[in-house]
Design a protein around this ligand. Structure first.
Ligand code: SF4
Length: 427
């Protein structure tokens, strides 16, 4: 790997406005279809998960909260005994569960409840029927996408050892439709042995070893990457598969590692790239020249900024990111326009001041900041929406651009409607 690119980064260590890692459960419980996420936390944690994930009326939910109450916090009850009781009840009622995550929270960390020992104890009781793992989704010094990183890192020690022919591992949750498309392209390129972490079912956990080469599908998986490297797997340096350039660069990294000739890669990507170009051309007039400001939230900010600047002609006012993993983002940083203001961490008041002074056309931020900024007349985009929506790959490039174009279209329609006389609106 080349030395990380030298780039000016401003660091801020002030008040932050981010969700906690429990948020990851919202997309992870849909991805691993026989897993269950038991948050060991407070009523606040339960409210966060329920309101963010929505209440499923017809389906049995695959997440819940074991509430730590005042007696636990005061040390009057044995929290481990209570947890065992809750798990026993849950697994008796839900024989479909194959993988149970005990998810730590701020309260479980405050009372120093050792969930790794609890997972070991319960795992010994329930294996081989149910595997019990733990990770932390606490909001102390983390941001919301780190929940997925912690979850996937907890799976790595469970992966069997593999050796022999080189295999490609795609690391990071992708919508199934996106995952199928990218795996399909890799197969067309002649790379047959491809697996994914997380798997769709607990029993399909891929194996890992020195012959594993892995591509990150998400930019927020530092701990998972480290755990895989400790198992001998090798990271393929690549951009992230957002937009045409990112997706092509990501596939190209696999092609280089697996000896796929350049002509074969070109032939495989030609038609999808043509479709993506046509889709982007429809959105570009709505976005070209518009000024965009990113608050740090999802850790997707830098690849998104690169895509919006290079493929849609948007101007980057400021690109904030909660954490900057320079080695994983090396290619992305090289592709950013020169002189762009990158900020790692957050001091929300200072950042709001800079944002208001700059008056950007669009702000990408968390839910907590979006409403006040909208009230000030600034168009916003919720960064969390970009984690839930299928945006990776060639076929989704147009949808990704449209996510940014839509707020401008909506604002234009509202402005048009408010300018029209009442009689015309009715017509
Ligand atoms: S884990 Fe912490 S930040 Fe997240 S909902 Fe629970 S108490 Fe709040």
């Amino acid at each position: 790997m080349n030395a990380p690119v030298a780039i000016e980064v401003m660091r801020e260590r002030g008040q932050r406005e981010v969700f906690c890692g429990l948020t990851g459960i919202i997309w992870l419980h849909r991805k691993i279809q026989d897993a269950f996420f038991l948050v060991v936390g407070s009523r606040t944690c339960a409210h966060l998960i329920q309101s963010a994930a929505g209440v499923m009326i017809f389906a049995e939910p695959r997440f819940a909260t074991a509430i730590i109450d005042d007696r636990d916090l005061a040390g009057l009850a044995d929290a481990n005994e209570e947890l065992d009781r809750v798990v026993d009840q849950l697994l008796a009622r839900r024989p479909d569960i194959r993988l149970l995550f005990l998810v730590g929270s701020c309260p479980s960390e405050v009372i120093k409840l050792d969930l790794s020992r609890a997972a070991e104890r319960l795992g010994a009781r329930y294996l081989p029927q149910v595997r019990v793992l733990n990770y932390s989704g606490s909001g102390i010094e983390t941001t919301f996408t780190q929940g997925e990183d912690a979850c996937l890192a907890s799976l790595v020690p469970q992966m069997a050892v593999v050796s022999g022919k080189p295999e490609l591992l795609i690391v990071g949750s992708l919508a199934d439709v996106v995952e199928d498309q990218l795996v399909g392209l890799l197969h067309e390129m002649g790379i047959d042995r491809v697996s994914c972490l997380p798997p769709r079912r607990a029993g399909e956990l891929p194996a890992v070893g020195p012959d594993t080469r892995f591509l990150l599908a998400q930019p927020f998986l530092a701990d998972t990457a480290r755990a895989l490297e400790a198992r001998g797997a090798r990271l393929l340096p690549a951009p992230f598969p957002l937009g045409i350039e990112g997706t092509r660069g990501w596939l190209e990294a696999a092609a280089r590692a697996f000896g796929v000739p350049a002509e074969r890669l070109d032939a495989v990507v030609e038609a999808p790239i043509a479709r993506a170009r046509a889709a982007l051309a429809r959105q570009r007039p709505l976005l070209e020249g518009k000024r965009i400001f990113f608050f740090p939230d999802s850790q997707l900010e830098i690849p998104l900024a690169r895509f919006l600047a290079r493929e849609l002609g948007m101007q980057l006012v400021e690109v904030g990111t909660p954490y900057l993993h320079r080695a994983h983002l090396q290619q992305e940083l090289e592709w950013l326009p020169p002189g762009v203001q990158i900020v790692e961490g957050q001091d929300v008041d200072l950042q709001l001041e800079r944002c208001r002074a700059a008056r950007p056309d669009m702000v990408v931020c968390g839910l907590g900041l979006a409403n006040p900024l909208e009230a000030e007349g600034i168009t916003t985009k919720w960064s969390i929406e970009l984690v839930f929506t299928p945006i990776q790959g060639f076929e989704q490039a147009g949808d990704l651009a449209e996510l940014f174009a839509r707020p401008f279209v909506r604002r234009g329609l509202i402005a048009g409607a408010t300018r029209q006389p009442v009689g015309e609106q009715a017509a």
